[in-house]
Design a protein around this ligand. Sequence first.
Ligand code: UGA
Length: 316
Amino acid sequence: MKILITGGAGFIGAHAAKKLIEEKNEIVIVDNLNDYYDVKLKKDRLKIFLAGLKFKFFKADIANYRQLENISAKHKFDCILHLAAQAGVRYSLTNPWIYEKTNVAGTLNLLELAKIHKIKKFVFASSSSVYGGNAKLPFSETDSVDKPLSFYAATKKSCELLAYAYHGLYGIKACGLRFFTVYGPWGRPDMACFKFADLIRKNQPVEIYNFGKMKRDFTYIDDIVAGIASAIKNNFAYEIINLGNSKPEKLERLIFLLEKHLGKFKKKYLPMQAGDVAATWADIEKAGRLLNFNPAVSLEEGIKKFIAWYKNYYNI
Ligand code: UGA
């Protein structure tokens, strides 16, 4: 397949690109390389992590339809893997506009591209955050997701709705994957695992929200990528599928595992942050049934792999 990957210099995007290139697909990556976090890390994912692999890269912004049109005019894509997003739950309280521009207008642009260029398959990133403060655990795809706690979550839910409308109107086959707190090598520095490691390296205190009582269904990147590759191979009309480890862990456990590898760190305990969700837990019955999804990497093993990469990348 010829696949357009948006956000291919991002954490999940680069890992997905690697797997899909190795599976002999033809890959075109678009990414705007914005400075939400260290641009060098994004460039290194393309230069070092994807070294020796064949792909085309275009620096383009999904919020700019003309840039996408120029790329699509030169290629005949079979599938769009849409992973570009303004990510991060907490930053959406500070700058909601960038979330609307990238996540809502950007997704609309890609759906228009799919419509106009007759790209039949659209696999896209959604988020566990759409479940908001739902009390029923684990989170199932059949649960109501009408009450987001953050603007980020609201834009992710919007992506699902936009894709549904385009599926109904234009027959685009769409599959939205709700990722649950993904971590691993080449990860995102704004997320807990990477952020904590950075703070320890700089000998600065780690801020721990909700006094460490948060629970997350931390999911290792290789498991997520297996789910993405499987979704691309399928031909669903329209599906929304959870991709999570289905083994929620207390934040305290993540801290314990990081300290095991990096030594004790200074902690500052804080209350719950606005927009944050207290606990996440994926029901993965549907992912197992439709995608043969079977996450294999425990948090302990995944953190070990993350730390090995982190120490090597930062020469520790
Ligand atoms: C993450 C991503 O940031 C989202 O892009 C993604 O959509 C979402 O996962 C998801 O699963 O859908 P989050 O679960 O908040 O959001 O992941 P982290 O930023 O890694 O935070 C994990 C936990 O650590 C949370 O409970 C958070 O409150 C806590 N945390 C984070 C701290 O206690 N201190 C920090 O400085 C950062």
